[in-house]
Ligand binder design. Structure first.
Ligand SMILES: Nc1ncnc2c1ncn2[C@@H]1O[C@H](COP(=O)(O)OP(=O)(O)OP(=O)(O)O)[C@@H](O)[C@H]1O
Ligand SMILES: [Mg+2]
Length: 454
C-alpha cells in the first residue's frame, strides 16, 4: 500500500515535472537546431531514439532491481527484529549458531542484490553516452564538411554541439517518465479498488437503534469458510438474564458463534433475533454497544492499566474502573504493583500473566454494564477458585444480564441455566449440567477427563 502511494506520488511529482521539462526542452532545442541547419539536424537526430529505447529498457530493469533490493533489506531488518525480540527463545533452544548463519546468508543476499543493481546503473549510463557521442561524431563529420564548404560557420558548429548535449536529457527522460507513469497508473488503480471496497457488514437501510434487553435467538444458522461449513443448522434460544454455557472441542465453532452474535460476521443462512427483532432491523452499533465481549486472545494496549479498562467506557471515573476491576478479581493484583492503576503494561511496561490479562479484559468489557456479556474462553488461565469468585461477583454487579460463557472447563457450567454442546459446527446436545452428564457423550467425556485431572 505504501509502495502504491509512493508510485502515485512519484508519477505526479517527478513524472509530470520531468515530462513537461523534457517536452519543452526537446521542442525548443529542436526548433533552434532546425532554424540553424535542417540537414545537420536530421543527421544529428539519428542516434537519439536509441537513447530513449535504452533508457526505457534499463529504467524498467532498475525499478525491478530496486524492488528486490528493498525486499531483501526488509527481510534483513525483520530478521534482526525477530532475533532481538526472540532472544530468550533462541538462547533456550541453543539456536545462536544457526540463527547467526541465517543472518549472514541474508546479509550476503542483500549485498548481492546491491551489486547487481550497481551493474545495471553501470551499464546504462555508458551506453547512453556512447550513443550521445555517436551523435556528436556525426555532427562533427557532417558539420565539419559544411564548415569547410563554408555552408556553416565554426560558431554555429559549436552551438550545434552544445544543443546536442542538451537534447540527450529529454531523450533519456522519455524512458524514465514512461516507466514512472505506467507504475503510477497501476498503483492508482489498486488504490482506487481499495477505496471502493465496501465493508462486508453494514446496516440495512431501515435498521434502527434498539437498546437490547438480552434475549437472543439463533435460527437455522449456517456459516462457512471457503465452502467448508463451520456452523451448520445451529438453533439456540437464549432468554433475557440467562447464564448460558457453550462447550465443544477445539475448532467446533464456538468463537465463530460469538462473533456472529456480535455481528462481526454475518450468517450466510438463517436469522438472528435480538429480543424477537430480526437482526437486519437493528443497527450494528446498537448490538455492539449492548454487548460486553471478552475475546479469546486477551489484547491489551501499551498503555496504563487504568486506560486499558477505560477503553470500554471512555468517560469512566477512577472509582468505576476500580469497581470493575474488583468484580474481575484483579484489583488486589493491581494494588500490589508499584504504580497501581497508573502502571504501564505491554511493551514499555510490566508484563502481566495470562490470567491477569484475561481478568483486565473482563473489567474492560463489564465497565459499561452491558446487557449481554460474552466471555470467549476468557477464564482459561484463571484458577477454578478465582473463576467461581468472578462469576459470583458478576451476578451482583450486573443483575439480570445475559451471560454467555464459552469454555473448555466444565466448572464454568455447573450453575448455567442451559449449556449447548457444539460438535463440528452442529449442536450435539443442550441442557443443564445434570442433564448433559446423562445424555451427552461428548459432555460426559470432557467431564470424566477433568474429574481425573483434579
Ligand atoms: N478466518 C477463517 N478462515 C477460515 N477458517 C476459519 C477462520 N476462522 C475460523 N475458521 C475455522 O472455523 C472453525 C471454527 O473455528 P472457531 O474459532 O469457532 O473454533 P473454536 O470452537 O472457537 O475453537 P477453540 O476452542 O480452539 O477456540 C475452525 O475449524 C477454524 O479452522
Ligand atoms: Mg475459540
Amino acid at each position: 500500500m505504501t509502495n502504491d502511494m509512493t508510485a502515485v506520488r512519484r508519477a505526479c511529482a517527478f513524472g509530470v515535472i520531468a515530462g513537461f521539462d523534457a517536452v519543452f526542452l526537446f521542442l525548443a532545442t529542436l526548433i533552434f537546431m532546425l532554424t540553424f541547419n535542417v540537414k545537420l539536424t536530421l543527421y544529428a537526430l539519428i542516434p537519439l531514439p536509441v537513447i530513449s529505447l535504452i533508457s526505457l529498457f534499463f529504467v524498467r530493469l532498475l525499478f525491478k532491481k530496486f524492488k528486490s533490493v528493498q525486499e531483501s533489506f526488509s527481510l534483513l531488518t525483520e530478521k534482526v527484529r525477530e532475533m532481538v525480540s526472540g532472544i530468550k527463545i533462541i538462547q533456550a533452544f541453543q539456536q545462536e549458531e544457526p540463527e547467526s548463519k541465517n543472518f549472514d546468508k541474508l546479509s550476503q543476499e542483500y549485498l548481492g542484490e546491491n551489486i547487481s543493481l550497481i551493474k545495471i546503473w553501470g551499464t546504462m549510463f555508458p551506453l547512453i553516452f556512447l550513443f550521445a557521442e555517436i551523435g556528436m561524431a556525426i555532427i562533427l563529420w557532417v558539420g565539419g564538411q559544411q564548415v569547410i564548404l563554408n555552408e556553416l560557420t565554426t560558431g554555429e558548429l559549436v552551438a550545434f554541439l552544445s544543443y546536442m548535449g542538451i537534447i540527450v536529457w529529454p531523450m533519456m527522460a522519455v524512458g524514465m517518465v514512461t516507466n514512472v507513469y505506467q507504475r503510477g497508473n497501476a498503483s492508482y488503480k489498486r488504490i482506487l479498488e481499495l477505496l471502493e471496497e465496501k465493508p462486508d457488514i453494514y446496516d440495512a437501510p431501515r435498521a434502527e437503534y434498539h437498546t437490547l434487553k438480552g434475549g437472543i435467538k439463533l435460527e437455522n444458522i449456517y456459516f462457512s469458510y471457503g465452502g467448508q461449513a463451520v456452523l451448520d443448522n445451529v438453533n439456540i434460544d437464549i432468554k433475557q438474564g440467562q447464564y448460558i454455557g457453550i462447550c465443544g472441542k477445539i475448532g467446533s465453532g464456538k468463537s465463530i458463534l460469538a462473533r456472529l452474535i456480535l455481528r462481526i460476521i454475518q450468517p450466510q443462512k438463517g436469522r438472528i433475533f435480538y429480543d424477537s427483532i430480526d437482526y437486519r432491523k437493528i443497527k450494528i452499533a446498537a448490538v455492539r454497544d449492548n454487548i460486553g465481549y471478552v475475546p479469546q486472545d486477551s489484547f491489551l494496549f501499551s498503555d496504563t492499566i487504568e486506560d486499558n479498562v477505560r477503553f470500554g467506557k471512555p468517560d469512566a471515573t477512577l472509582e468505576e474502573i476500580v469497581e470493575a476491576c474488583k468484580v474481575a478479581s484483579i484489583d488486589k493484583n493491581i494494588m500490589e504493583l508499584k504504580y497501581q492503576y497508573k502502571t504501564l503494561v505491554g511493551e514499555k511496561g510490566v508484563t502481566l500473566s495470562g490470567g491477569q490479562k484475561q481478568r483486565l479484559c473482563i473489567a474492560r468489557a463489564i465497565i459499561r454494564r452491558p446487557q449481554i456479556l460474552i466471555l470467549d474462553d476468557a477464564l482459561s488461565a484463571v484458577d477454578t477458585h478465582t473463576e467461581k469468585e468472578i462469576i459470583r461477583n458478576l451476578e451482583n454487579y450486573s443483575k439480570g444480564i445475559t451471560t454467555i460463557v464459552i469454555s473448555h472447563r466444565i466448572s464454568s457450567f455447573i450453575k448455567a441455566d442451559n449449556i449447548f454442546v457444539l460438535d463440528k459446527g452442529k449442536i450435539e446436545n443442550s441442557g443443564t449440567h445434570r442433564e448433559l452428564i446423562k445424555k451427552s457423550d461428548i459432555y460426559k467425556n470432557i467431564y470424566k477427563i477433568q474429574k481425573l485431572e483434579e
